[in-house]
Unconditional design. Structure first.
Length: 63
């Protein structure tokens, strides 16, 4: 699944480690989500959306 996570993170000048700390996950998890190697669970997707103040559909895009 494609996503805008890297762009949103960069807009806030956050490293992958910064975002991982905000979400309570590992930096490797953030990297895997950003590169499309891992799709987050629904609860994690909601945490990401809440953190950025966006709807899930505004972050995660259908292929």
């Amino acid at each position: 699944m494609k996503n805008r996570l890297k762009v949103l993170r960069a807009e806030r000048d956050w490293s992958q480690q910064d975002l991982a700390r905000h979400l309570g996950v590992s930096r490797q998890s953030v990297n895997a989500i950003e590169t499309g190697k891992f799709d987050p669970s629904l609860p994690l997707a909601f945490r990401i959306a809440d953190l950025f103040g966006l709807a899930i559909e505004e972050i995660f895009l259908r292929d």
